[in-house]
Write a protein that binds this ligand. Sequence first.
Ligand SMILES: *Cc1c(COP(=O)(O)O)cnc(C)c1O
Length: 479
Amino acid sequence: MDQSSGIETPDRAPLPSVDKVLATDAARVAAERFGRPATVASVRAALAEVRPAWRAGAAVDVSPGRLAAAAAARLENEDVPSQRRVINLTGTVLHTNLGRALIAEEAIAAVVAAMRHPTSLEFRLSDGQRGERDDHVRGLLRELTGAEDAVAVNNNAAAVLLTLNSLSEGRETIVSRGELIEIGGAFRMPAIMKRAGARLVEVGTTNRTHLSDYAEAIGPDTALLMKVHPSNYRIEGFVKEVRAAELSPLARERGLPLVDDLGSGVLVDLSTYGLERERTVQDAVADGADLVTFSGDKLLGGPQAGLVVGRSDLVRRLAKNHLKRALRLDKLRLAALEATLKLYRDPDRLAERLPTLALLARPAEALKALAARLRPAVAAAVGAGYEVAVIDLASQIGSGALPLAQIPSGGFAISAPGGSGGATVRLAAAFRSLSVPVIGRIAEDRLLLDLRALDDEKALIAGLDELRTATAAEAPSCG
Ligand SMILES: *Cc1c(COP(=O)(O)O)cnc(C)c1O
């Protein structure tokens, strides 16, 4: 049918049938690898692609071998995973869009083992009775935070949702106007409150909230007092915040729970690692917060999870809520979380074993020395015309931890010929299109590559090599 509708000249090869293409060696190899249905579909697509030009009489190669190769290339392309490994040179260590914390080797091993075999997820080996999945991390969380009890859910947004729904449904939660945060995407405290069925009572002003504001807002419908860590901003100047330690006596006196949404969930004193000190979960518990909520994949350095630690009676109410069932963790993340928490038992080796901490603790001098060493490879990769400078940079922790903290770092600033913004954007795209994409950031028409979060130097060097080859292939046509 197809053959008859084209403009045929006697000496032109006809479009081969699907079967004819499938009979080639290349198609047979492809079918072995990708399966017959996908290969048939790909051959049809390859035929459809050349058909218009062939009909129009253009000189296209429609040999079965060429079409099979095109079909195989298409299959190869489709086979590249959608979620791919990348090299994070953005300067943001816990980059939400790049998957936040890297998991420690110990946790990876635990996940692999849990994936491959049945586990005692909800089964007590001691007496053969049904167990509770959170028991695998409850003891560790109690030990590490000093809290009475703990529960684990999907992420911190879920932890906040579960907490508010369990303790404040149909009733009021008091929050300072200075803490009504929005965190990237759809996490807005007022919206989460609404979803949880809690009524938000705002107190104070954007910049100043006093203890008396909370005290005066407490009424018969008040269910809890809440503090929220302003994770991604800081209000400076004429500011007054009521700290959890000041708020907790009031909460106690009125018989109300105090919830502290910490966000980041640091379990160690970051100043030990040369960073700014961030309030820890232990601090929040010691300050008298009845429940503390935090993420598993921010500074804690584990898998995505939301953790709630605090008073046993309140944690029980969360655990009994039907929402918990919808928000619970699976065996893989519980395995990763348990293994990650265990690393905290040996603080002396933590910075070696926990990738997040290892990356954050790297001295700027070491990063600058690394940059100096890699500079020739970067210059060769981007090609003549681009200027590659080794510069001081400032990394961020990311994911709402110490939003203003700038960690001295080192890396590259690459300027395009003539300072062209378009060329910089194209270069950033070329780095993104490598087999292992390299993600930097553009500032003032320069491509900045911050080495702080580089987790695999060999992979970067291989990427630079790949880019150099691509640039060299392109160069002659650009003059
Ligand atoms: C990050 C953050 C959240 C949301 O945590 P996820 O784990 O991303 O769901 C909630 N509250 C605060 C204060 C945060 O910093």
